[in-house]
Design a protein around this ligand. Structure first.
Ligand code: HXC
Length: 262
């Protein structure tokens, strides 16, 4: 049963929405390799589930995730890390899942936890959430994209300061800097906000939603001219979908569209 995991809880609290809750409370959701393996398995399953249109990834009120598992990393040698491509499996998260992923961050999101949140398509947090890249204090550096994604999100000077000092930053700051799309006063408000947004997204054409996610993400990799051209190609391709006909016909007839998701 793919919904039975040791370190995750997977539920569907709203129509079309999957909620994946990191659940390793004794270690503040430290992201061990077995946990990431389960997360990849759950997202692969969700990606293939026609009934799911959007995913909310969250932790507990106390911790989204306090980082990669320091106890697992402590004895690793260079050769082991290099030959096993340690941490590479985290990248599956962004490559397998074509449906939007909303991270709902409460409490600690440190090191790999911060990097995991930065991989999400939309980041929501509580105002008091505790973000940071404290790897420097452990004698190492971010290893799951933090130096790249945080720098793109907040600019070089701020990212450099945070990564070189290990200083934590709040959910409030994350929102002001544009790392988070929104911050919420409480954990409850955060979850309500994340699930409501996920339900809205899950109510649209799956084809259009996936295409929208794909083209926005391309903007992170491509130069502007290439990105605009890429967007136009994908836009053209959507004239081949049923849902484009359904959506535009419904508008003209002043009806609600009934998506075929094709
Ligand atoms: C393994 C961890 C952990 C972690 C917490 N724990 N974070 N175990 N890896 N990243 C464990 C603690 O050892 C402890 O276990 C239990 O969780 C509760 O933690 P406490 O420290 O007792 O809780 P508290 O006093 O509330 O402090 C919370 C905290 C602190 C400030 C978040 O736990 C902390 O500083 N954690 C490490 C944060 C960090 O440096 N993260 C970056 C990791 S490096 P016991 O058994 O003692 O009860 C990283 C590299 C990324 O992520 C690069 C590749 C992805």
């Amino acid at each position: 049963d793919p919904t039975k995991y040791e370190f995750l809880q997977v539920t569907s609290p709203r129509p079309g929405v999957a909620q994946v809750t990191l659940h390793r409370p004794r270690a503040l959701n430290a992201l061990s390799t077995p946990l990431i393996t389960e997360l990849n398995a759950s997202l692969t399953h969700i990606n293939a589930s026609p009934s799911i249109g959007c995913v909310v990834l969250t932790g507990s009120e106390k911790a989204f995730a306090a980082g990669a598992d320091i106890k697992e990393m402590a004895p690793l040698t260079f050769s082991q890390a290099y030959t096993t491509s340690f941490i590479e499996s985290w990248s599956q998260l962004t490559s397998t899942l074509k449906k939007p992923l909303i991270a709902a961050v409460s409490g600690h999101a440190l090191g790999g936890g911060c990097e995991l949140a930065l991989m999400a398509d939309v980041l929501y947090c509580t105002a008091s959430a505790n973000f940071g890249q404290p790897e420097i204090k452990l004698g190492t550096i971010p290893g799951a994209g933090g130096s790249q994604r945080l720098t793109r999100a907040i600019g070089k000077s701020r990212a450099m300061e945070l990564i070189l000092t290990g200083r934590f930053f709040s959910g409030d700051e994350a929102e002001r800097w544009g790392v988070a799309a929104r911050s919420f006063p409480t954990h409850e408000a955060l979850m309500e906000g994340a699930l409501a947004t996920a339900e809205t997204i899950a109510g649209y054409s799956r084809v259009a939603v996936m295409a929208a996610k794909e083209v926005v993400n391309k903007s992170q990799d491509l130069a502007l001219r290439d990105g605009v051209e890429y967007e136009r190609r994908v836009f053209h391709s959507l004239f081949g979908s049923h849902d484009q006909k359904i959506g535009m016909k419904a508008f003209a007839e002043k009806k609600n569209p009934e998506w075929s998701h094709e």
